[in-house]
Design a binder for this molecule. Structure first.
Ligand SMILES: [Ca+2]
Ligand SMILES: [Ca+2]
Length: 216
């Protein structure tokens, strides 16, 4: 008698449900496994898979749909560089940078955050030239004020919080002194002792007025 399992050779002519029933009845279910896959010798027809690009003659790729082009809205104009709420300001006519003096006492971190929240592209002032230093000095009166210069990350290596680099410094005599290594001083005020706008490193937790700089 013919091996019933050999009947799988005819199963391609049957519906899948009929083939399943027949092979289950003859104890040949294990031989059904290949029937669930592509029959031997037949390559999977990937071109018919949902979502695939149809094949084109000559191997030329079908053109892709036009990309959705997003046109950003124009940046809003910066707020005018003008005194508000009692602060004083000055603007560099060449760069357009606006310097705003806030005569309100804050710890350095709070002053830094206040600048960032005040207007876009605004930070504690970074005074990288004598011109910039003199411009800010002119609006401070006799008040000491935080600027964005510190050495919290690497003692003795002062950096501007914006990452700007400059050889210009304006330290007062014997400064920076890191508090004589008695009190950690990792932040910087300008106009120290109200004289000539000179800089002094001070403890970041002390409170001073501050100067913000808006870059545009
Ligand atoms: Ca220090
Ligand atoms: Ca100091």
């Amino acid at each position: 008698m013919q091996n019933p399992c050999a009947m799988r050779n005819f199963s391609f002519a049957l519906t899948m449900s009929a083939a399943t029933s027949l092979l289950l009845a003859t104890g040949c279910m294990s031989e059904l496994e290949p029937l669930d896959a592509t029959p031997p010798g037949v390559s999977p027809d990937t071109d018919s898979l949902p979502g695939s690009q149809p094949a084109t003659d000559g191997g030329t790729a079908a053109p892709l749909p036009d990309a959705h082009v997003v046109v950003p809205d124009a940046a809003p104009p910066p707020p005018p560089c003008m005194a508000m709420n009692g602060n004083t300001v000055t603007q560099d006519p060449l760069t357009g940078h606006c310097y705003m003096f806030f005569d309100r006492l804050k710890q350095e971190e709070d002053a830094r955050n206040a600048c960032a929240a005040y207007a876009p592209s605004t930070h504690l002032a970074t005074l990288t030239s004598q011109t910039e230093q003199d411009r800010v000095r002119a609006i401070l009166g006799e008040t000491e004020a935080w600027i964005g210069y510190g050495d919290a990350l690497n003692e003795g290596s002062f950096v501007w919080l914006t990452g700007e680099t400059s050889a210009f410094t304006w330290w007062a005599p014997d400064e920076p002194n890191n508090g004589g290594n008695v009190v950690e001083e990792d932040c910087t005020v300008t106009n120290a002792q109200g004289t000539d706008g000179k800089w002094d490193d001070r403890a970041c937790t002390m409170t001073y007025a501050y100067v913000c700089e808006r870059d545009r």
